[in-house]
Design a protein. Structure first.
Length: 163
C-alpha cells in the first residue's frame, strides 16, 4: 500500500478485519485518509493482503511458512498490550475477539479494531463506512469465517491434554 501511494511505509497503517485466512481477510483500503486507488490497484492490493502468507511460502519455494510474519505481528501486539497495561492511553489495534461486530451475521469471533487498556480490551469498535467492494467482500467471507470458527470451537471442546 505504501509503495502504491509512494508513502513512507513507517507511516502507513491499514485496518484489516475479519479472519486469518485468504478471503476471510478484508482490508479496509477505503478508510485510509488521502489514499487514491484505481480499481486495478484495489484488486491487486486486496489480493496481496489476503494472500500475503502464500506469497512468503512461494518465495521460500514451499520450504517454509510465514511464521516470522506471524511472530512479528504477535510481538507488536504484545508490545502494545503491555503499553496499555502500563497505563498508556488511546491504544487501538486490530485483534480477533469474541465480538458483536459480525455476530449478527453469524461470526461469533471477528478481527476488528479495539481499544486496549490496563485490563485488556476496553472497547470493540465497529467497522465504519465500508465501500461497496469491502461490503461485498465482508458478505462473501462471513460463511467461510463462521465455518472456521465453528470448527475451532468444536476442536477446543474435544481437546484433551496429554496424560
Amino acid at each position: 500500500m505504501a509503495e502504491n501511494q509512494k508513502w513512507d511505509v513507517a507511516n502507513v497503517n491499514v485496518t484489516v478485519v475479519g479472519g486469518h485466512a485468504g478471503t476471510t481477510i478484508v482490508p479496509l483500503l477505503s478508510q485510509i485518509k488521502g489514499a487514491r486507488f484505481s480499481e486495478a490497484d484495489l484488486d491487486a492490493l486486496t489480493k496481496r493482503i489476503q494472500f500475503g502468507g502464500d506469497e512468503v511460502v512461494a518465495a521460500k519455494n514451499g520450504a517454509g511458512s510465514a511464521t516470522l510474519s506471524m511472530a512479528y505481528a504477535g510481538f507488536k501486539f504484545g508490545e502494545r498490550l503491555l503499553q496499555a497495561h502500563a497505563g498508556k492511553k488511546n491504544i487501538v489495534e486490530c485483534t480477533f475477539v469474541e465480538s458483536p461486530v459480525a455476530a449478527k451475521d453469524g461470526a461469533q469471533f471477528f478481527a476488528s479494531p479495539v481499544t486496549l487498556g490496563p485490563d485488556g480490551v476496553q472497547e470493540i469498535h465497529g467497522l465504519g463506512v465500508l465501500s461497496a467492494r469491502e461490503k461485498a467482500n465482508y458478505d462473501a467471507m462471513i460463511p467461510e469465517l463462521s465455518a472456521q470458527i465453528n470448527k475451532g470451537i468444536a476442536f477446543a471442546k474435544s481437546w484433551k491434554p496429554a496424560a
